[in-house]
Design a protein around this ligand. Structure first.
Ligand code: XMP
Length: 326
């Protein structure tokens, strides 16, 4: 039977509505799980973060969060997840440093689909291994949201949050935001006291920076992606664009060009800046970036990021391009 949003659930647009939703969900979670333990893969994305904050309010340390660092996260992200959830919210959080494991597996792999496949499979493996070490887990919490359910039912996209769990993770599901749209999840996240950085963050693909390091991922080029992305985010924040532009990031392809640094020939990578706006992600337009801002970003990336001597801005809408490069 189709999983349909109840008609009684009004669109959540205010803090008061979010508070009422939170109170209802806390009661429902307590009723569903009692004093049993619940496991959650906490990526630091909006949906899993809101689910974690809700469950912490409902069951405290009976929620066990697992944060897997696959080495493809943005600069400062694993630290932020640990700070917000472990230090500030008192979460029972297991941090798994799986960086070498993922990067070793990905070494030499150039095919984009194979890269995605390896990252997805390995993620489930690492998570299942952590689950196997724990005693008494009875439930699995997931950050499924309503568009995931609709897209899966319409056959648009088999969402990882909807069905298809490996047998070793076959726990009963706890999905407190599954009837909410993204904007409602953000209102609930703010009402729960999560920082704006987490609640209003731009979309970030599951395979992370891996798809922004086209070709075989190497540690040095991945670091160039991470550092250039951090500079771009900083400059967009300073320019007041962070909450206005839908998505912005850098890409460092496996390609070098000739340049000059300190009066000497520098044969180095180029860095592509992409900043886009969209409503439905099917059609995407390019942010008309300010010239002075782009010069500042170029100057900082070429001087602060080792291995980059050139910066380009991508003016291609979708179609013909997609948002990501792989
Ligand atoms: P494309 O490149 O398909 O991207 O135009 C559309 C939006 O989806 C994000 N994206 C992903 N998100 N896992 C995700 O969770 C993925 O494998 C993935 N690939 C693309 C992309 O960042 C953009 O917002």
């Amino acid at each position: 039977m189709a999983d349909v949003r109840p008609e009684s659930l009004k669109r959540i647009t205010t803090k008061e509505m979010a508070d009422a939703f939170i109170a209802d969900q806390i009661a429902a979670i307590k009723e569903q799980v009692g004093d049993k333990k619940v496991l959650l893969a906490l990526s630091g994305g909006v949906d899993s973060s809101v689910v974690a904050a809700l469950l912490i309010k409902a069951i405290g340390t009976n929620l066990v969060c697992v944060h897997v660092n696959h080495g493809l996260l943005r600069k400062g992200e694993p630290e932020m997840v640990c700070k917000v959830f472990r230090d500030e919210l008192g979460a029972n959080l297991i941090y798994v440093d799986a960086v070498d494991r993922f990067l070793d597996l990905l070494a030499g792999v150039t095919d984009p689909e194979q890269k995605r496949h390896i990252i997805g499979e390995e993620f489930i493996k690492v998570f299942a291994e952590e689950a196997a070490k724990l005693d008494g887990i009875a439930f699995l919490a997931q950050g499924t949201i309503y568009p995931d359910i609709l897209e899966s039912e319409q056959g648009i996209k088999a969402h990882h949050n909807v069905g298809g769990l490996p047998p070793e993770l076959d726990f009963e599901l706890v999905e407190p935001v599954k009837y909410l749209y993204k904007d409602e999840v953000r209102v609930v996240g703010s009402a729960l006291g999560l920082p704006d950085k987490m609640v209003f963050r731009q979309p970030f693909p599951g395979p992370g920076l891996g798809v922004r390091c086209p070709g075989a991922i190497t540690r040095d080029r991945l670091e160039a992606v991470r550092e250039s992305d951090a500079i771009l985010r900083e400059e967009f924040e300073k320019a007041g664009l962070a909450g206005k532009v839908w998505q912005y990031f850098t890409v460092v392809p496996d390609f070098k060009s000739t340049g000059i640094k300190d009066g000497k020939r520098a044969f180095e990578w180029l860095c592509i800046v992409r900043a886009i706006n969209t409503v439905d992600v099917v059609q995407v337009t390019v942010e008309p970036i300010d010239y002075d801002l782009m010069c500042r970003i170029t100057d900082r990336i070429t001087h602060e990021v080792p291995g980059i001597n050139r910066v380009l801005y991508d003016y291609t809408p979708k179609p013909t391009a997609t948002v990501e490069y792989e």
